[in-house]
Design a binder for this molecule. Structure first.
Ligand SMILES: C[S@@+](CC[C@H](N)C(=O)[O-])C[C@H]1O[C@@H](n2cnc3c(N)ncnc32)[C@H](O)[C@@H]1O
Ligand code: SF4
Ligand code: SF4
Length: 362
C-alpha cells in the first residue's frame, strides 16, 4: 500500500500534504458542521490560489507557551542554537488569549489551533482554550500532539472540548526510528495512548475530531514512509506527510533533508509562492504576531499583541507587501523568506543561492 491508495489529497500549503484514508475529510466535516464550513473551505482554497485577500486571517495559531517534554532533533526545542534564539519562557496569559479569540469572533474567523512550538497536553487548561474558541464561533479547531501524555482522563476531556482535528506526530513506523527522532518518547506508551483514544472515541460515538498521524520526512526516517502509511491508513481518518523546515537559518541542516522531496524539486523547477501570509498569523507565547509558522517567524514579526490588534497588523502596509511579494513569487525581496525558501530548495545559506526561477502569478 502507498500514498496512491489514499482517496483524496489536500494541502495546508505546499509544505504540508494531507491524505484522507477513506472518503473526503473536508466533505465529512462539512456534513457534520454545516454550510458555514463549506463557505470557509471555499475561501481557504481561493486564498491559497492568491485570488482572495481577506480582511482578517482565516486561521489563527495561538501559541500559549513553549514547553515540551521531548527533545526532537528536528525541532527548535531539541536544537540548542535555535532554542536560544526562538524559545522563550513567557506564557500567553488567559486575558490575551481571550482578547484574540474575541477579535476573531468579531471578524467571523473560522479556524484556529491553540498550539505552536510546544506540547499542548502539558497545559491542564488546554480543553478550556479549545472550548472558549468553539463557544466564540470557531468551527475548525485543530491540534498537533506528540501523544506521549494523553491519559484516559484527558482523552475524555478533549473529546468533549469542541476540537475538530487531532493529529499525532510520530515520524516513524518502528520503535527503533521513533525513539531516535522523537527523543524522550517511549514508542509503546505512545501507541497505547493513541489506541485507547481511538477506542474511547468509537465506544462513546464521538464524530469529531477527525484523527490523523503526522510524518515529518527527513533523511533519518524516509525509509519508513511507505510502512508508516500502510500501518495507519486503515486506523485513522487521515495522514500527513510534511517537508522538513529548518529550526533556524544560521545552522546547516542539510543533513536532515531527505534524498527525495517533491517540494524541493518543485522549488528548483518553478520557484515558490508562500501561501501562509495569505492564510494565517501565528501569535507567539510572548505576543509577537508572525505571518507564518516558520520556527524563526519572530524575525518577521509584524508587532506585539500587547500593543496592537490583529486586524490592524493583518492589513498593515508591511503585511500587504509581504502578501503581494509572495503572490508574485518574489520571495527574494525579504531576506528571511529568501533564506527560508533557499533552504527548502536544498541549499543552506545566503551566499549559495540556487538558481530558482520566480514565476509571476497575476
Ligand atoms: C512543533 S510540533 C508541536 C506539537 C507537538 N509537540 C507535536 O510534536 O506534534 C508541531 C508539528 O511540527 C512538526 N515538526 C517538528 N519539527 C519539524 C520540522 N523541522 N519541520 C517541519 N515540521 C516539523 C511536528 O512533527 C509536529 O507535527
Ligand atoms: S514533541 Fe513537538 S514541540 Fe516537542 S520537541 Fe518534538 S516536535 Fe518539538
Ligand atoms: S519565512 Fe517567508 S517563505 Fe518562509 S514560511 Fe515564512 S513567509 Fe513563508
Amino acid at each position: 500500500m502507498c500514498i496512491s491508495m489514499a482517496s483524496k489529497m489536500y494541502a495546508t500549503d505546499s509544505k504540508v500534504r494531507w491524505f484522507a484514508s477513506e472518503g473526503d475529510i473536508n466533505s465529512k466535516l462539512a456534513s457534520i458542521i454545516g454550510k458555514k464550513f463549506e463557505t470557509y473551505r471555499e475561501k481557504w482554497d481561493a486564498v491559497n490560489r492568491f485570488e482572495l485577500e481577506t480582511d482578517f486571517p482565516l486561521f489563527l495559531q495561538l501559541e500559549t507557551n513553549q514547553i515540551c517534554n521531548l527533545l526532537c532533533p528536528s525541532c527548535p526545542i531539541g536544537q540548542p542554537e535555535a532554542y536560544t534564539k526562538y524559545i522563550s519562557s513567557e506564557k500567553m496569559d488567559w486575558e490575551l488569549y481571550q482578547k484574540i479569540i474575541l477579535e476573531g469572533e468579531k471578524y467571523d474567523c473560522p479556524s484556529m489551533e491553540p498550539q505552536g512550538t510546544n506540547e499542548p497536553f502539558l497545559d491542564q487548561n488546554l480543553e478550556n482554550y479549545i472550548k472558549f474558541a468553539a463557544d466564540h464561533g470557531f468551527i475548525d479547531i485543530m491540534l498537533n500532539t506528540n501523544g506521549t501524555i494523553l491519559s484516559e482522563e484527558r482523552a475524555r476531556k478533549v473529546l468533549k472540548s469542541g476540537i475538530t482535528r487531532l493529529r499525532f506526530s510520530l515520524d516513524a513506523a518502528t520503535k527503533e526510528t521513533y525513539e531516535k527522532v522523537r527523543l524522550g518518547a517511549k514508542y509503546d506508551v505512545t501507541m497505547k495512548n493513541i489506541e485507547r483514544f481511538l477506542e474511547i472515541k468509537k465506544q462513546e460515538k464521538f464524530e469529531l475530531p477527525m484523527v490523523g498521524v503526522n510524518f515529518c520526512k527527513t533523511k533519518f526516517n524516509e525509509h519508513e514512509e511507505d510502512k508508516f502509511i500502510e500501518k495507519w491508513i486503515d486506523k485513522v481518518d487521515f495522514f500527513v506527510i510534511q517537508d522538513f523546515q529548518p529550526p533556524d537559518l544560521d545552522t546547516n541542516y542539510t543533513a536532515f533533508l531527505p534524498s527525495k522531496s517533491n517540494l524541493r524539486e518543485s522549488i528548483q523547477e518553478s520557484g515558490y509562492n508562500c501561501q501562509q501570509p495569505w492564510q494565517r498569523v501565528l501569535v507567539r507565547s510572548n505576543g509577537e504576531v508572525c505571518p507564518c509558522c516558520a520556527f524563526f517567524s519572530t524575525e518577521l514579526s509584524l508587532g506585539n499583541m500587547k500593543e496592537h490588534n490583529l486586524h490592524e497588523l493583518w492589513i498593515s502596509k508591511e503585511m500587504r507587501e509581504l502578501r503581494s511579494m509572495h503572490k508574485l513569487g518574489k520571495y527574494g525581496e525579504n531576506p528571511w523568506c529568501k533564506k527560508c525558501v533557499n533552504h527548502m530548495g536544498g541549499e543552506y545559506g545566503d551566499s549559495q543561492l540556487i538558481d530558482i526561477k520566480t514565476p509571476s502569478k497575476n
